[in-house]
Structures are given as structure tokens and as C-alpha cells.
Design a protein around this ligand. Structure first.
Ligand code: SF4
Ligand code: SF4
Length: 348
């Protein structure tokens, strides 16, 4: 990573604007969990040649990596990049086991528990295949927990006429970034790069978190694309629909391709607390954030929510269970496959 932390944090004018957007600060009112508070500590450490305490490094985990503070910051300081690099330089440890191992164990448990409930849908292929070869990057949530999104995406891509030469089973590397384990991230990225031959036009993601992570790999940047961008590229008109609302993940800066009738729950974006796996790492704080900062019961009660991030889907399902509300959550692909263009455009 070609990035100078000292130069970045030096840019902080201490204006405090980040206070108004940082979800963790809003829930805790603790300056030490805010970018400004951390930058002050870092500045001192660099100026006086002091070592950072292990508590400071551990507390970097209490950040969603959402970069809302960066988007709001007059100096455009990249909190996410700084905190990841700090974890790496200071050999951050989540606990006895690294968090990435714990994350994969959780997913594996889910897979074993939910193994039999998914029925593979028949794959539909268009008669006239387009020339373009693509890879579908399913991501770990699809692989272990939510294969219906994968089946829906493959159906949509097939029906659009793409030649899906491979469904990648590799991890995008987000759990490694969350650990600050840049070595494993690079190793994982090399495996992904090696799996992409030169004839591949696109690597399609149906999860915004996977897309965001893969975008960091310069060798893949030109090929990575999200499913909703593929629909836009193919000029697919989406059927109007007012019965859904959209959960915009915090990590997504641009608009997801949706019919204009679909209401966005919060245009700035909301968090399912899975962006930096906070829901898995710090359950109490996650519950407080859900209650005080993100969704209120009435926001989501009896609604059908669509989200373009599978980690968000995972987090929202937890929230719904906790609130005991009659709410359903679909991924973007599941929604498209079942309810929108199926009858109108692609599936005619
Ligand atoms: S908004 Fe940016 S410049 Fe202002 S205090 Fe926060 S990090 Fe510093
Ligand atoms: S990245 Fe998000 S959670 Fe972390 S300090 Fe910035 S606004 Fe707060």
C-alpha cells in the first residue's frame, strides 16, 4: 500500500465535522472511536516518537470501515485506508484466532445447518449467446449461506446471453482486510488474478462488499462489474414496483439501478453492521447502533427490503429476528429474478 499515514492524519484540521456522521461516535459519544480522536493520538505518536498502545490498535475494530467520515471531511482523509494499514503495521490480533478464520468457521456452521433447504433452480440459457465470456464471482455468503442469490444471478446472466465460463468460489479477501492482514489479502488477490484468463470481459459481482474489495486489486479493476451495472449496460428496463424498499449499504457511493418507484430507506446509506463484521465482533455495540442510529422498528416493519450487499442481507436478517417484525429481505438478484424483469424483458 503506497500511503503515508503521517501525511494523511496531519491534514486533519480538527473541525469536528466527522462527529455528525460517524455512526459509532453517534452511538457512543466517545471521541476515541471517532476519526478525529484517533488522528490526534496518531499525530502525537508520530511527533513524539511514541509507541501506539495495544488498546488503541484493538479499538480500531470499533469502526465500520464505512468511510462516511472521509466523504464528509474537508481534507478527504481516508479513515478506512489508515486503519487497515495501522492494523497491518502493528500486527493487530482479534483474539486467539484471527477473525478471518472465525468468519469462515461461522459460515461453515451455517452451511452445515442450512444444507438441505436450498433447491437448485434450473439454469436458463439464452438461445443466442453473446460473444462475451464472463466470470461470476459468487463470494463467501453465496457459497456458504445464501445460494439462492447465486442461482438467481446465474439465471439472469444466462438469460442476458453471457457465457458464464466459471463461477468463482474464491473469497474476495474482505475478512483479511478487516484483520489488517495485508499479506494474506495479497496472496488471496494473486489467486483471483491467476484464475482470470485474458478472454474474460467481465467479472460480475452480485454483492457490493465483494465488488468494493475486488476493486482494490489494480489488475482486476477494468473487469469488475456489479450485476445492476450489467442490467443498465444492456438497457434492461425494470418493471415498476412500489411494494419494495431499498437498503443502500454504506459502502456504496453511487445509486443502485432500480425502478424509480422503489423508495430508498436512507439515501446516505445505512449499515447492517456487517461492513466491518461489527455484528460478529461486538454484538452489544451492534445492538445499540441498530436501536439508536440505524433502523427504527417503524422504518422496516412489514416491508420487503432489497439490498445489493449480501453481508447487509445477513445483518438485516439478524435485526428482523431481533425486532420480531414481519419483514422480508431479498438480495438484488433474488428480487430481479423473481419479481421485476422476469416477466417483462429478459424472460420474454
Ligand atoms: S472532518 Fe476531517 S478534518 Fe474535520 S475533524 Fe474530522 S477528520 Fe479532521
Ligand atoms: S469509517 Fe465510519 S465508523 Fe469508522 S470512523 Fe469513519 S465514519 Fe466512523
Amino acid at each position: 500500500m503506497d500511503f503515508d499515514i503521517y501525511e494523511e492524519v496531519y491534514k486533519c484540521s480538527k473541525c469536528g465535522l466527522c462527529q455528525s456522521v460517524c455512526p459509532i461516535y453517534l452511538a457512543t459519544k466517545n471521541e476515541m472511536y471517532l476519526s478525529r480522536g484517533r488522528y490526534i493520538v496518531l499525530n502525537n505518536a508520530y511527533n513524539y516518537n511514541k509507541k501506539l498502545s495495544s488498546k488503541f490498535i484493538k479499538n480500531l475494530d470499533l469502526c465500520l470501515n464505512c468511510n462516511l467520515c472521509k466523504n464528509f471531511c474537508p481534507s478527504n482523509i481516508d479513515a478506512k485506508e489508515i486503519f487497515t494499514l495501522l492494523k497491518f503495521q502493528n500486527k493487530y490480533k482479534y483474539g486467539f484466532l484471527s477473525f478471518s478464520i472465525i468468519f469462515f468457521l461461522i459460515l461453515l456452521t451455517y452451511k452445515i445447518r442450512r444444507k438441505n433447504i436450498f433447491v437448485k433452480r434450473e439454469r436458463i440459457q439464452a438461445k443466442n449467446l453473446k460473444k462475451e465470456n464472463i466470470i461470476y464471482f459468487q463470494g463467501c455468503i453465496n457459497k456458504y449461506v445464501n445460494p439462492s442469490d447465486k442461482n438467481a444471478t446465474l439465471n439472469i446472466l444466462g438469460k442476458l446471453g453471457y457465457r458464464v465460463v466459471k463461477t468463482s468460489s474464491l473469497c474476495c479477501g474482505l475478512p483479511y482486510l478487516s484483520d489488517g492482514d495485508l499479506k494474506s489479502f495479497q496472496h488471496n488477490s494473486n489467486k483471483i488474478i491467476d484464475s482470470v484468463s485474458s478472454d474474460i470481459k467481465y467479472i460480475v459481482c452480485s454483492c457490493d462488499s465483494c465488488y468494493e474489495t475486488l476493486e482494490k486489486i489494480p489488475e482486476l479493476k477494468e473487469k469488475i462489474i456489479r450485476l445492476d451495472d450489467i442490467l443498465k449496460l444492456n438497457n434492461i428496463e425494470l418493471a415498476s414496483n412500489t411494494s419494495y424498499v431499498y437498503h443502500k449499504p454504506l459502502i456504496r457511493n453511487d445509486e443502485c439501478y432500480l425502478p424509480s418507484e422503489i423508495k430508498i430507506l436512507n439515501k446516505k446509506g445505512n449499515c447492517s453492521l456487517m461492513e466491518n463484521f461489527l455484528l460478529l465482533k461486538h454484538r452489544k455495540l451492534a445492538d445499540k447502533l441498530f436501536k439508536d442510529v440505524f433502523y427504527k422498528q417503524q422504518d422496516i416493519e412489514n416491508k420487503t427490503i432489497i439490498t445489493s450487499c449480501l453481508l447487509s442481507k445477513f445483518g438485516l436478517e439478524y435485526l428482523i429476528k431481533k425486532m420480531k417484525t414481519n419483514t422480508k429481505v431479498y438480495s438484488y438478484s433474488e428480487y430481479i429474478y423473481c419479481d421485476s424483469i422476469r416477466k417483462d424483458n429478459i424472460y420474454n
